[in-house]
Design a protein around this ligand. Structure first.
Ligand code: GLP
Length: 262
C-alpha cells in the first residue's frame, strides 16, 4: 500500500486526478469504478479541467460503487433536487466529459427486483473485463461504498441497511436539498460488496479533513476487521494507493505520516 500525503484538499485532488488520467492515457478503454461523497468532488473538477485540455473519456467504462435504495433520478430532469448518486455523478462529472451514456453504470435505486439487479451488476463488471481502478472514499464509520460495520469482507453487490452513523452523517444533505425528514431518507442502499472492490486491479482511496483522521488511522493501521470495512485495503492484492491531506493523515503513526508530504 502506498500512502501519499498532500498539503491540502486541492493538492490531494490534483494528485488523484493525475492517477486517473495516467490510467486513461495508458489504457483508453479502461474500466473505472467511481465513488460519490464530498471527497472526490475536487478530483472530478480536476478531471473536467483535464478533459477541456484533451483528456478523452470516450472509451472509458464507468461503474459506480453504490446508490441509495428507493430514490433515483429522472435523467430528463437533470437538476432535480434529489440526493441520488445518479444525479450526483451527472452533475459533478459525467455531464462535463465525453463519456458515452451506454458506458455509465450506476446501481438503479428504483429497481423493482434488487436481488436480480445486483446479480446483473456483478455480471456486467465481469463482462467489461473487471475494474482497472476503483476510486474510494471512507465513511465516518469506516465503510467503503455502503459496506457498513459487520458486512462480510467477501460480500458482493447487494442491498445493505445503512448504519445509524451513516444516516446521521448523510441526513443533512437530504434535509438541505429536499427538506427530507430523518425518517424519510432512504435507510437502505445498493452497494458493491467488499469482495467486489477487492477484485479490482487497483484502488485509489482518498480522505481529507480532521474529521476523518481517526477512522483513517483505524482503517490503515488497525486490525483488518469487518467492523471497519475499509481496513480491507490492508489485504488488497493489487496496487493500493491512498492519498490523504495532512489533516486526515494526522493520526497515522510517525513512519507513515512522513511518507510523502508536498
Ligand atoms: C457515502 C458513500 C461512500 C463515501 C462516504 C463518505 O457513504 N457511500 O462511498 O465514501 O459517503 O462521504 P464524504 O466523502 O462526503 O465524507
Amino acid at each position: 500500500m502506498d500512502i501519499i500525503i498532500k498539503k491540502d484538499y486541492e493538492q490531494m485532488s490534483k494528485c488523484a486526478a493525475e492517477y486517473v488520467a495516467a490510467l486513461i492515457h495508458k489504457k483508453p478503454n479502461c474500466v473505472i469504478g467511481f465513488a460519490t461523497g464530498s471527497t472526490p468532488i475536487g478530483t472530478y473538477r480536476e478531471l473536467i479541467r483535464m478533459h477541456k485540455e484533451g483528456l478523452d473519456f470516450s472509451n472509458v467504462i464507468a461503474f459506480n460503487l453504490d446508490e441509495y435504495y428507493g430514490i433515483g433520478m429522472d435523467l430528463s430532469k437533470p437538476y432535480a433536487m434529489d440526493q441520488s448518486y445518479q444525479r450526483f455523478m451527472h452533475e459533478e462529472i459525467f455531464n462535463y466529459i465525453n463519456i458515452k451514456k451506454e458506458n455509465i453504470h450506476i446501481p438503479d435505486g428504483l429497481t423493482k427486483n434488487p436481488e436480480e439487479f445486483c446479480k446483473e451488476y456483478e455480471e456486467a463488471i465481469k463482462k467489461a473485463g473487471g475494474i482497472d481502478l476503483q476510486l474510494l472514499g471512507i465513511g465516518g464509520d469506516g465503510h467503503w461504498a455502503f459496506n457498513e460495520p459487520g458486512a462480510s469482507l467477501d460480500s458482493r453487490t447487494r442491498i445493505e441497511k445503512l448504519s445509524k452513523q451513516t444516516l446521521d452523517d448523510n441526513y443533512e444533505a437530504f434535509y438541505k436539498s429536499a427538506g427530507f425528514l430523518r425518517d424519510d431518507m432512504p435507510h437502505y442502499a445498493i452497494t458493491m460488496g467488499i469482495g467486489t472492490i477487492l477484485d479490482a486491479r487497483s484502488v485509489l482511496m482518498l480522505a481529507n479533513g480532521y474529521k476523518k483522521a481517526k477512522i483513517v488511522a483505524k482503517a490503515l493501521e488497525g486490525p483488518v476487521t469487518n467492523q471497519v470495512t475499509a481496513s480491507a485495503i490492508q489485504i488488497f492484492k493489487g496496487e493500493a494507493i491512498v492519498i490523504l491531506d495532512e489533516a486526515a493523515a494526522s493520526m497515522l503513526s510517525e513512519a507513515k505520516s512522513s511518507t510523502s508530504v508536498s
